[in-house]
Design a protein around this ligand. Structure first.
Ligand code: GLA
Length: 384
């Protein structure tokens, strides 16, 4: 949908001209999964597709929220922020509540959202919705919060209001991404560096399993609890503040501390995944894409065997992709239990990749997969 169509829809719904337009992208994580909340290093980038927020001021102290993706509108005043509704509006409402908690009055707007990120596909449509709302309100209310503060505020909204105990990676990528770059983010310190994504001759192809990651909130929160338990056990012997601080050479020795083998596997994933991220960033800087791809494959295996967040759909997509000609690497991306894989595919092999993988996936799993060539874009911004 182009801006003119969006403006027309806004007028149809609210009967006035829109005054503001903002955008926040989705994200794809290249490597470093389920370690943002374990103090690890992650390597996501912002996509060119995302969420648009169009708005106009209104005179009362309500906020109207409407979406062109999901039917139904909500009128929200301060009283409504006391409880979540279980609908998509919880994301912007959670963000509004964070502004209220900081003493601001984020009311008096008609807002319309439209997004082209596939929903519940692990490409951060929710972080995108949160961050675009936070960036908009920060401007409207002249709060002067830095982008990183807005990123953290958005994460809190998701943790506290929505109830998904996510880490910082998604909101950070959505808020801080830059065109043609991936972000090497140290989640323990929030130090980051934008690394040019020099993959000439190759494309990042996203394969959407169309298996919605419905389990993600409950299983995600369980993984987090397991990691917290495992950290306490590790700390009996090692002076580590988080799982990713453990030196990989100590892994075998640390195994002896764990009676529960599941907890140990969670640790092994976190520690080896963090190591893979460091190696992958090094490989990318050296132009060694083949090494980068191998690390992606290993990441998938670890998420399947040690972290257990894949499932038959995602394993089929990733493992079959890894066997295809011209594919350097393939792995699940995002929280897991469905969603998307990310694949590093040689330019001239992309067409065959899409055709063959789509066919294999349909035969094995009975679902249709969608494919997108990932465009790597900038983080959230005002358009007008
Ligand atoms: C979800 C969360 C992120 C991160 C990923 C897994 O996308 O929102 O914080 O933990 O899962 O890497």
């Amino acid at each position: 949908m182009d801006t003119r169509e969006l403006q027309q829809k806004f007028k149809d719904i609210y009967g006035v001209e829109p005054e503001y337009l903002y955008f926040a992208p989705g994200r794809v994580n290249l490597i470093g999964e389920h370690i943002d909340y374990n103090g690890g290093r992650v390597f996501p980038c912002a996509l060119t597709f995302g969420t648009y927020l169009m708005a106009a001021k209104r005179l009362d102290s309500q906020v109207a929220l409407a979406s062109l993706n999901i039917p139904g509108t909500a009128e929200v005043g301060e009283d409504a922020l006391g409880r979540k509704s279980g609908k998509w509006t919880d994301y912007p409402m959670g963000v509004m509540k964070e502004f209220v908690n900081r003493g601001y009055q984020p009311f008096g707007y008609n807002i319309l959202y439209w997004g082209d990120i596939p929903n519940r596909a692990g490409l951060s449509s929710s972080a995108s919705l949160e961050v675009v709302t936070a960036v908009f309100l920060n401007d409207m209310l002249k709060c002067g919060m830095s982008r990183v503060e807005l990123v953290k505020l958005s994460q809190h909204a998701e943790n506290d209001f929505v109830g998904m105990n996510c880490g910082i990676m998604d909101q950070f990528a959505v808020g801080m991404g830059s065109e043609g770059h991936a972000i090497a983010l140290d989640c323990a310190t929030l130090e980051y560096e934008s690394v040019p994504l020099d993959i000439a001759g190759y494309k990042l192809v996203i394969a959407n399993s169309n298996k919605h990651h419905d389990l993600v909130t409950s299983e995600y929160n369980t993984r987090r609890m397991q990691c917290e338990k495992a950290l306490k056990i590790l700390q009996e012997r090692y002076p580590v503040a988080n799982l990713c601080e453990l030196d990989p050479v100590l892994l075998d020795e640390a195994a002896g501390l764990f009676e529960d083998e599941v907890l140990y596997r969670r640790v092994r994933h976190a520690v080896t995944e963090n190591d893979r991220v460091n190696q992958a960033i090094r490989a990318l800087r050296l132009g060694d894409l083949s090494r980068f791809g191998k690390l992606m494959n290993e990441s998938h295996r670890s998420l399947k065997e040690d972290y257990e967040v894949t499932g038959v759909e995602m394993d089929t997509l990733a493992e079959e992709a890894q066997r295809l000609e011209g594919v350097l690497g393939a792995r699940i991306t995002g929280g897991g239990f469905g969603g998307c894989t990310v694949n590093l595919v040689r330019d001239d092999a992309v067409e065959g990749f899409v055709r063959q993988l789509g066919e294999i996936y349909r035969q094995r799993v009975g679902l249709h997969a969608d494919f997108y060539i990932a465009g790597i874009g900038d983080g959230a911004r005002r358009i007008y």
